[in-house]
Each structure stands twice: as C-alpha cells, then as structure tokens.
Design a protein around this ligand. Structure first.
Ligand SMILES: *Cc1c(COP(=O)(O)O)cnc(C)c1O
Length: 228
C-alpha cells in the first residue's frame, strides 16, 4: 500500500468509528505523526492535503519544521516530553503543545514569545499509567495544573487533555479516565473540551471515548526508516 492508500484507509476507519459512536467525523482532527521520517514525507503528506502533523522530540521537530517552513497553513503539534529549557524552540514552531504536564513547563512556554505573538493552544497531558515516572500529570493534580495555566499563563490557551493508553489495560477504560480528567479541566476552563487520544492501535476506542484529536503515526507513515 502506498501513502495515499494508507491515509485514505485510516480516514475511512475514522469515519466508521465516528458513525458507530454517533459522532461527526468533521469534529475530529487527524494528526499524522511523522517522527523518524524525513521532511520529504511531510511534503508528500501535505500534497495529499494533510495540514496537521505531529512530532515528539524537540531536536527532530525543530529541524524538520525548518525544512518545510515554506508550506502554508501547516500546523505542527508537539506531542512529546518537553524539557523546560527547550520551551522556546518548541514554541517557535508549534501551533499546539499536547504535553504540558507541569507548571514549570507551562510557565516556560508562556514566557517564550511566539514569533507572531499568537496564543499557544495547549493540552494538559494526563498520566494514565500506574507509573508516576511516566509523562503526564497525575490525574489527581489535573485541576491544580489547569488552574495554574488559567491564572498565570496569559499567552497559553488551555484546550483540553491528552493521554496515552497504557499497554496493560483495555484502552476504553484508560480513555474513560482521561475523559473524566477532561471534565475536571472544564470546571476551570469551561470551553476546554478537546481530548487528544488515540494512536494506530487504539483510535477507534478513543473516538468512542470522545477524542477530538487523534495522533496517528505508523498506520499512515509506514514502518520507521532504519537509522544508520
Ligand atoms: C509516536 C506517537 C504517536 C503515534 O503512534 P503510532 O502508534 O505510530 O500511531 C502518538 N502519540 C505519541 C505521544 C507518540 O509519541
């Protein structure tokens, strides 16, 4: 299967899952995660109409974004663990950051001026695993972090919650916890109704659980290229 066929195939499955869940596919943003793939893949996807792309490592992200800076209306979603001292580089190229999981990172992103002074859309990343060392704020701390962003980070626009389902649990129950965390965020910021959830292996479950943003990599991009 070529790229165009894989993309069409996933979009058809997204539509099917939306219909099954009684939702409109138009309210779901499908982000193509291009990590490990060259900038040429971003151009190929762009030519097929893709405008939302995702990356999870700052160095690779910054380099790739610079290589395709000529593409109009491309929205980059930063979805990976972010070091505070990389906040400026991330903000310089990202339209959306999905992985805000601590106040210090929110502060650093807020303090890094956007090139065009536009606000930055952010998600609070929620740790859905039992391992506190994994990325994401603990579910019990979500409200506090949302309050911090709303009160102290005027250049950030809190949009909702993001999560990665653990491997040792049915995705549906993990995504139900994420949706519940999203409800707590909405007690702080009522219109922060976005939910970033769903990858290659679990996007139908994420759509059933209300996901508004899917982060899909390998099912569309194909296997990762081998690095020398
Ligand atoms: C890589 C990645 C994805 C996409 O994963 P696939 O299984 O290839 O679809 C989604 N979210 C995050 C945070 C990732 O790092």
């Amino acid at each position: 299967m070529d790229l165009q066929t894989r993309l069409a195939d996933i979009d058809a499955r997204i539509s099917d899952a939306a219909v099954s869940a009684g939702r409109a596919a138009t309210e779901i943003t499908r982000i193509v995660v291009t990590k490990f793939h060259p900038a040429s893949l971003v151009r190929d996807l762009y030519a097929l109409g893709v405008r939302d792309m995702g990356e999870n490592r700052q160095q690779e992200f910054s380099a790739k974004a610079a290589e395709v800076a000529d593409l109009d209306d491309l929205r980059w979603h930063f979805i990976g663990q972010a070091q505070t001292n990389k906040a400026r580089a991330i903000r310089a190229a990202a339209s959306v950051v999905h992985s805000v999981d601590r106040a210090r990172l929110a502060d650093a992103l807020d303090a890094a001026p956007a090139p065009d002074a536009s606000p930055l859309d952010v998600f609070v990343q929620v740790n859905l695993t039992a391992d506190a060392g994994r990325g994401g704020v603990e579910p019990t701390e979500v409200t506090r972090l949302a309050e911090h962003i709303a009160a102290s980070c005027p250049t950030l626009r809190l949009r909702g919650v993001m999560g990665v389902a653990p491997l040792d649990e049915p995705a549906a129950s993990a995504f139900a916890r994420l949706a519940a965390a999203g409800e707590r965020v909405r007690t702080v910021v009522p219109d922060a109704g976005w939910i970033s959830a769903g990858m290659t292996g679990d996007f139908p479950e994420a759509i059933a659980a209300g996901a508004t943003h899917l982060r899909i990599g390998s099912a569309i991009t194909g296997p990762r290229p081998v690095h020398g």
